[in-house]
Design a protein around this ligand. Sequence first.
Ligand code: PMV
Length: 287
Amino acid sequence: MREVHAFAPGKLILAGEHAVVYGYRAVALAVSLGTTVRLCERPGPSAVDASEIKDSRLWPALSTVVPKEGVGVHIASTLPVGCGMGSSAALAVATVRAVARWEGREASFEECFEKAFVIERVFHGTPSGIDHTVSALGGVVVYRRGAGGPELEQLTLSRPLFLVVVDTGPPEKSTAEMVAGVRERAPTEELSAIGALVEQVVVVLKAGGEVGPLLDQNHRLLQKIGVSTPVLDDAVAQLWQAGASGAKLAGAGGGGVVFGLLTEVQQQPVVEGLLRDGFRAWAVQAG
Ligand code: PMV
């Protein structure tokens, strides 16, 4: 039986979520967790044959790229779904890559970008595009959305970042609803402050300096625009207590993940402590 598979990573937004929707830059990094899509021959119309994702938009989204007949889609992911780690983007990019392999070729970045964006729009309405861009490119990416296409800068870090990610559980509201809430409240000053902060983060990352305090400022601004929650704030405080030099929520907020910046020596013991306390937590390294 014919079978192909492809993988794509999830992401974390280091700084700049929400402001990125309004044309400011944001920095995101690809993580080692991700999604594998396997395509197998199946008789009759194509369909999703195996997936833990229970979402009515799943097939409408994937059918924009999967051939109409004869393909069974099997999805396996190590990412928490809908928690700000880009699970839908990883699914979208992995599917585009798998379909290209099904057709006997490899998908270029441009093809991944265009086709995964179509899938992401089915899931999220009008996403900025940062999630699937980072999933398709890997590494650390500075992203600005633009009418004529995105503006991208791939960053080489002068020293690696050691992060601990904690999952506080799925948010009550979708990314689209969180973005709509911010649009209603229109906190223009805070959004522009986040945009300015991102530019500082980029400079400090390039210089190998200490970004922790800037991440703390970013979290406080996300609190001000109304996307943090007491549970997210508690998780951030727990990371500070564990010795993080900076911590913030990542993604749309309202729930989902937070991360803290630690040292290489602190990273594993902090993850183990959080796992013992019953949290889902991961060590992530960038650069
Ligand atoms: O929670 P996520 O992974 O979907 O990230 C959303 C990031 C936002 O800036 C809030 C929205 C967007 O489209 O960029």
